[in-house]
Design a protein around this ligand. Structure first.
Ligand code: TXA
Ligand code: MG
Length: 386
């Protein structure tokens, strides 16, 4: 922690750290050179703003008041907009990011580097629940600009090993906090518009938000497809881009094509899988009722290790029924039974199946009404990957 905090304060090399959602790649949110290095390490487009991570409301109020460093303020009025107060009281620390107005440009120097906000007039803020994350922010004494610590477009990292796979040689160190407890990113909400909107589904579900005063009518303001498609289809029509700029990019994708079967649709037939695979290996991520390895007859099985410890994929050579000629290697991951375990294991499963060299990954979708409210985030991420 001391080395990581020193890197944040004294160098322009970003530091990876765990949060309860996914691992983040952090730097001093107020320093241009440090924030630029995050974009370079990830290969992230510069027009996609970063979330500012704070260790508490004091640090957030300091930013809103336009202070370069927190503490020592005499102003008694709370600069946090009233709409957000019951929300952060309920969900912070935790997987929720709120969009806030930047202090007026007259407050110089600005507490946030323009690169952090991609020159928007707003910024996203969140207080993570992970103790290592909070300790790093506290020890640095700086708000941390931090996107997920994956290479841009890859599945988000939910274990330190995933960060090393993507960013080895590009960052100074990773604080290893083990696998992430939630497994999908924070919910991003905008309460500066009426009614408020969810810009990205995440660890806090819509129904949970609706239980908070002022948030009863919160609307869904995101699409599950890559939003770039829509902009293209809208040709000449002057369509507006997505509200959360990051939602327009290809995201969360492993190298292998992902074939998503929405909840309630029939499982793929074993014979079809065998034909499609054409002798190559396939992966399957099961979440409920699909039979192991599509019900193919597994002749050999071995356990493989996954970094996140979320249930190892099982591989086996399967025969596609009597008379089938080629045998097929199937890597099978079961993520159920509940929604939160699916969320926790999803990104690790996509990564593990990629490392097995599978030619295609079949995913059994989950019902969005079911379970703890992270189902919408799970399906949003899989649809974007598929
Ligand atoms: O759980 C999380 O939020 C993780 C951990 C590390 O905290 N971070 C994360 O960051 O997912 P990132 O950069 O991968 O995603 C940030 C999302 C993007 O979709 C971005 O466009 C949106 O938040 N965002 C950030 N600032 C915004 C703003 N001012 N207005 C609208 N959307 C914003
Ligand atoms: Mg990300």
């Amino acid at each position: 922690l001391r080395r990581a905090a020193a890197a944040v304060r004294e160098t322009d090399v970003p530091v990876a750290f765990p949060t309860e959602t996914v691992y983040g790649l952090g730097a001093d949110a107020g320093r241009t050179a440090a924030v630029k290095a995050i974009f370079v390490a990830k290969g992230r487009p510069a027009d996609n703003p970063l979330i500012v991570h704070v260790d508490g409301l004091g640090m957030l109020r300091g930013i809103l008041r336009g202070q370069k460093v927190e503490g020592g303020q005499t102003d008694t009025a709370d600069p946090i907009p009233p709409i957000y107060r019951p929300l952060v009281q309920r969900f912070w620390p935790g997987p929720l990011t709120i969009i806030l107005p930047l202090p007026p440009a007259s407050a110089a120097p600005s507490p946030l580097a323009p690169e952090t906000t991609a020159t928007l007039s707003t910024f996203g803020a969140r207080m993570p629940r992970s103790l290592l994350a909070l300790a790093l922010i506290r020890a640095s004494g700086r708000p941390l600009a931090a996107p997920s610590a994956n290479a841009s477009t890859r599945p988000s990292p939910t274990a330190a090993e995933h960060v090393v796979t993507d960013l080895r040689g590009k960052i100074a160190l990773v604080l290893d906090g083990g696998p992430c407890a939630v497994g999908v990113e924070s919910t991003v909400v905008d309460g500066l518009v009426s009614p408020p909107v969810v810009l990205r589904p995440g660890g806090v579900g819509l129904e949970e938000l609706r239980g908070v005063p002022g948030w009863e009518d919160v609307k869904v303001g995101y699409k599950d497809r890559a939003e770039r498609d829509e902009i293209k289809e809208g040709k000449g029509e002057q369509r507006k881009g997505p509200r959360a700029p990051g939602m327009k990019y290809r995201h969360y994708a492993p190298r292998a094509p992902v074939l998503l079967f929405e909840a309630g649709t029939p499982a793929p037939a074993a014979e079809d899988v065998a034909v499609r695979a054409a002798g190559a290996s396939v992966g399957v991520i099961r979440t409920g009722t699909w039979p192991r390895a599509f019900g193919l007859d597994i002749t050999a099985a071995e356990d493989l290790d996954t970094a996140a410890g979320t249930g190892a994929p099982v591989s086996g050579d399967a025969a596609a029924g009597p008379g089938a000629e080629a045998s097929l290697r199937v890597y099978d991951v079961a993520l159920g039974p509940d929604t939160s375990s699916v969320a926790r294991g999803l990104f690790a499963a996509l990564r593990a199946l990629d490392e097995c060299g599978t030619g295609a990954i079949y995913v059994e979708g989950i019902k969005e009404e079911s379970g703890s409210g992270v189902a919408a985030a799970v399906m949003n991420r899989v649809r974007k990957a598929a």
